[in-house]
Structures are given as structure tokens and as C-alpha cells.
Ligand binder design. Structure first.
Ligand code: PTJ
Length: 249
């Protein structure tokens, strides 16, 4: 892996890219994860590589939804694990919920490596899919779920993935919080709440927001009000408008 001088104008972008490359080398991230990351980089460029107000609105609503959930669960794939392992562990601790390894490109070996990597980074409760339990309306490897995690969850947190699952989770009567830099993706369009931002920037902010709501003892009505006032279609339109404006400057 190349050493990047801190003075490089694209230092932060190259630093993040290296995390994914390291993930591949350590057997955590799939080769396809590199392509997914490149797509994300392109969209990140188009949103100015910063957390915009439309993402902050989604993060606030997501914090409320996750705090109100009876059985929230955090789904983890090879890219998310490589990029934000400590933050995923912390989120699972503050929500008192499980992390569940769920990958598209089937590999038992990679599932175990992801689990061990999360534990090494502080996670206490990491579930693996149970090959005898499935959710409906899905044919890919993502259909296999853990009965104590995704199967019984009412809210599933899905940080960055391809678009075959969110719609299926919704049809399985679950609510989905997704992070996706591409506001046009199937995942973005189908999720209950879509955070159009880089997972690297979102996770610390989401953790901060959940802690704030907990410290201020926001009650159920207040949290429900935040969710009811949230409109995902409008948020996605704002993100798409922003990209149009940003690209035409
Ligand atoms: O580990 P696996 O086998 O489950 O595979 C995971 C990947 C991500 C490879 C798989 O789900 C996949 O192929 O995904 P896609 O179809 O490439 O979609 C990934 C989406 O995530 C795209 O819409 C990207 O724009 C977006 N994305 C990529 N990097 C980031 C991101 N969104 C937020 N933050 C990122 N850093």
C-alpha cells in the first residue's frame, strides 16, 4: 500500500481508499468492493465531499428511528467493516443491539474474518447468518439471516450496499435506514430513511446525535414527531438538485 504524503491535495480521499484496499488484502472486503468504492468516490465528489444539510436531516431522523426501535440491528458487509469498524462497534454498544454480518458475495471465510475484525475493534455482539433461515422476496446470499438479528428486527441499518435487499426488507415489513452516496440508487430510493453521505463521515455524526438525544432524554413523542416530519422523497430530491447545482457551477 502506498504511503500518501499528508500534503497531497487528495490526502483524505486516498486515505479512505487505502482502507478499502487494506480490507481486500486482509480478506474482509470483496474485490467488487473496490468498484463499489470507486462509484461512491464519484458521488462523494459531486456532493462536495462534505455532509450536507439533507444528510444532517436524515441522520437526525435515523437517530430517532433507531432509538424508538424495539429490535434494531446493524447489517455489516465487507466495505462497511473495512471503513468504520470501531464506529460500528460503538453504535452497536449505544443502541444495545447486534451487528450482523450479511454479505452479497458469498464466502463463509470472509464472514468469519469480518466478525473477528469487528470484535478486534471493540464489538461485543456480532451475529453470523444462519443458512437455514431466510427472509422472503430475495434470492441472493443476503437472504440468509440470523433469527436473533435481521429476522426479528423491526429496524435494519444498512450502511452502503447494492440494491437487491432494501426493497425485500421493506416487503418483509421492516424499516430500513441506508447510507448511500448515490441518491439515485435502488437502495436510496427504497429505504425508509436514506443518508446521502459518506459512511466515514456519517457514523461519527450518527453516534453523536444518538448520544445527544439520550442525554437530553428525548421522550417517545418527541422522537416520533421527528420521524413523522421526515420525508425521504424530499430529501432525495434535495440531494439530486444539489448535485445538479454543484456540477453546473
Ligand atoms: O461485502 P459484500 O459481498 O456484501 O459486497 C459489498 C458491496 C458494497 C461490494 C456490494 O454490496 C456492491 O456491489 O454494492 P454496489 O452495487 O456497488 O453499491 C454500493 C453503493 O454504495 C453504491 O451506490 C455507492 O455509491 C455506495 N457507496 C460506496 N462507497 C460508499 C458508498 N456510500 C456511502 N459511503 C461510502 N464510503
Amino acid at each position: 500500500m502506498s504511503q500518501i504524503p499528508k500534503s497531497h491535495p487528495r490526502y483524505e480521499s486516498l486515505r479512505i481508499r487505502n482502507l478499502v484496499v487494506r480490507g481486500v488484502k486482509n480478506g474482509i472486503t470483496s474485490l467488487d468492493g473496490l468498484i463499489a468504492h470507486g462509484r461512491g468516490e464519484a458521488f462523494d465528489y459531486l456532493i462536495g465531499e462534505k455532509t450536507n444539510d439533507f444528510a444532517v436531516n436524515s441522520i437526525n431522523a435515523s437517530a430517532a428511528l433507531m432509538l424508538l426501535a424495539r429490535n434494531p440491528v446493524i447489517s455489516v458487509n465487507g466495505n462497511a467493516a473495512a471503513l468504520v469498524p470501531e464506529e460500528l462497534a460503538e453504535l452497536s454498544a449505544i443502541l444495545n443491539c447486534s451487528l450482523e454480518v450479511n454479505i452479497f458475495h458469498s464466502s463463509k471465510e470472509r464472514e468469519i474474518k469480518i466478525k473477528n475484525y469487528l470484535i478486534k475493534n471493540g464489538a461485543k455482539n456480532v451475529l453470523l447468518p444462519d443458512k437455514s433461515r431466510t427472509i422472503k422476496f430475495l434470492d441472493s446470499n443476503r437472504k440468509y439471516v440470523n433469527p436473533n438479528g435481521i429476522l426479528k428486527a423491526d429496524v435494519v441499518f444498512v450502511p452502503l450496499e447494492d440494491g437487491d435487499r432494501t426493497e425485500a426488507l421493506i416487503k418483509n415489513k421492516k424499516q430500513v435506514v441506508a447510507i448511500d452516496l448515490n441518491p439515485l440508487s435502488r437502495t436510496s430510493q427504497k429505504a425508509t430513511i436514506t443518508i446521502v453521505d459518506n459512511i466515514i463521515r456519517t457514523l461519527p455524526l450518527l453516534i453523536k446525535t444518538i448520544n445527544l438525544y439520550k442525554n437530553k432524554k428525548f421522550n417517545e413523542n418527541k422522537l416520533l414527531g421527528m420521524i413523522n416530519n421526515y420525508n425521504n422523497k424530499k430529501i432525495l430530491s434535495r440531494a439530486i438538485d444539489f448535485i445538479g447545482y454543484f456540477a453546473s457551477r
